[in-house]
Write a protein that binds this ligand. Structure first.
Ligand code: ATP
Ligand code: MG
Length: 387
């Protein structure tokens, strides 16, 4: 079977946006599968048909499609002319070598002018399968489901439907800039934005030369993993050591983390403007650590005017960990590193930073110059999947 039928969630589609949505889905499928012998993508009513060359690697194709947001489900299918006798012959031939003791046939007729109704097609194909295989028909718990679709110019049949990841095709809802740390949370936050149709650009703050480069290496590895879901990523690496040095020189210990965060948000906002990204994304989750109290989140947010999204704000750590495992980032995230926010901060930072105190402390810094420095000296790297 060298074709795949990809179905998308109609419910998520407002009528006017549908062509755009389907166009992006098609583009993303093309990006992701081109190197696996994808020959063409055809638009059929309510679905896309992907035709591959002769030696399609079903396993890898399936793995990739399961990472393409907007796909509700898909199945490997074989195409035949819309003629019942031919269809029956092809179904029987493709059963060679399959073991099953019960089966059912499910037909959907997209072409209402076809000479037979769906139940009649089920009955006729079912009788032929039964005669050949000796298996019994079981409508409730069949071991094998044979799905048939009749469209105006083609018929398709296939066996198993596989669930896709749902969501919206990457790109349809706009661009966001994700603050990614190398930890467990921020890669999950970025993933959740991609699932909602965002193209995510990344920014990472590092403290080299004060700390080693593990956090940068981890971040690169995480961005590469996440690029499997959006096919192309850009990462800004911002040297943050000088900002931290100046904060440490003039600000008392308990407020430092909040000041670091405010500077991160300012630099990120400037990068977002350059990249035409509409929002920042963080992996913050309410009260998970001292810097993530309602008071502190409000004071951090106050440093920027751009929208800040926190997709994990209401999630428990365990839920976040479970998702990190599913998307494949967990093992990289837990590699020990030196995180820039641990540099020169006390074990118990302020949990209730007050804006006037923070502003007074910041008055001793040249905030604008430091922001500009961060943006100007940022290094940019690009990632692709497949490479
Ligand atoms: P994570 O698991 O994502 O590291 P965390 O639980 O360690 O999060 P914090 O250290 O308070 O929590 O960081 C909160 C958020 O701030 C991170 O999720 C990330 O979005 C952003 N952030 C923190 N440190 C960095 C960094 N070095 N570079 C970029 N973003 C960062
Ligand atoms: Mg962290």
């Amino acid at each position: 079977m060298n074709s795949v039928l990809v179905r998308y969630h109609e419910v998520a589609l407002k009528k006017g946006n549908r062509p755009y949505f389907v166009g992006m889905l098609r583009r993303n499928l093309d990006f992701s599968l081109r190197d696996l012998g994808l020959k063409e993508i055809r638009r059929l009513p309510g679905r896309l048909l992907l035709n591959f060359g002769e030696e399609a690697n079903q396993e890898e194709i399936g793995r990739r499609i399961q990472r393409i947001f907007g796909v509700a489900n898909f199945s490997f299918v074989e195409r035949t002319p819309p003629d019942l006798r031919l269809l029956k012959d092809r179904v029987l031939a493709s059963l060679d070598g399959r073991q099953f003791s019960s089966f059912r046939v499910q037909t959907k007729r997209g072409d209402k002018n076809f000479s037979l109704t769906s139940p009649e097609i089920n009955r006729q194909v079912g009788a032929a399968v039964k005669a050949k295989s000796g298996a019994r028909v079981d409508l409730e718990n069949a071991e094998l489901t044979i799905s048939i679709e009749i469209l105006p110019h083609d018929a398709f049949f296939g066996f198993d439907k596989v669930n896709g990841p749902g969501g919206l095709p990457v790109g349809v809802t706009g661009r966001t800039l994700s603050l990614i740390s190398g930890g467990i949370d921020s890669p999950v936050a970025a993933y959740r934005m991609m699932q909602r149709g965002c193209r995510v650009i990344f920014v990472h703050f590092h403290s080299s030369p004060y700390l080693d480069k593990t956090s940068q290496e981890k971040t690169r590895a995480l961005v590469q993993l996440l690029t499997r879901y959006q096919f192309f990523s850009r990462l800004y690496l911002v040297a943050f050591g000088e900002v931290q040095r100046q904060i440490v020189a003039s600000v008392s210990r308990p407020l430092r983390v909040v000041l670091y965060r405010r500077m991160m948000v300012r630099i990120a906002e400037a990068i977002a403007k350059k990249e035409k990204a509409r929002a920042l994304v963080t992996g913050e989750s309410l009260a998970q650590v001292a810097s993530q109290t309602l008071d502190n989140l409000a004071v951090i947010e106050n440093a920027a005017s751009i929208l800040i999204l926190r997709p994990l704000v209401g999630m428990d750590k365990q839920e976040i960990i479970d998702q990190a495992r599913r998307i494949g980032t967990f093992d990289t995230s837990i590699i020990p590193d030196q995180d820039c926010c641990q540099l020169f901060v006390p074990p118990h930072p302020a949990t209730k930073a007050k804006l006037p105190d923070v502003e007074e402390a910041e008055a001793r810094l040249d905030v604008q110059a430091l922001t500009q420095l961060g943006v100007e000296e940022a290094e940019i790297e690009e990632f692709r999947f497949p490479d």
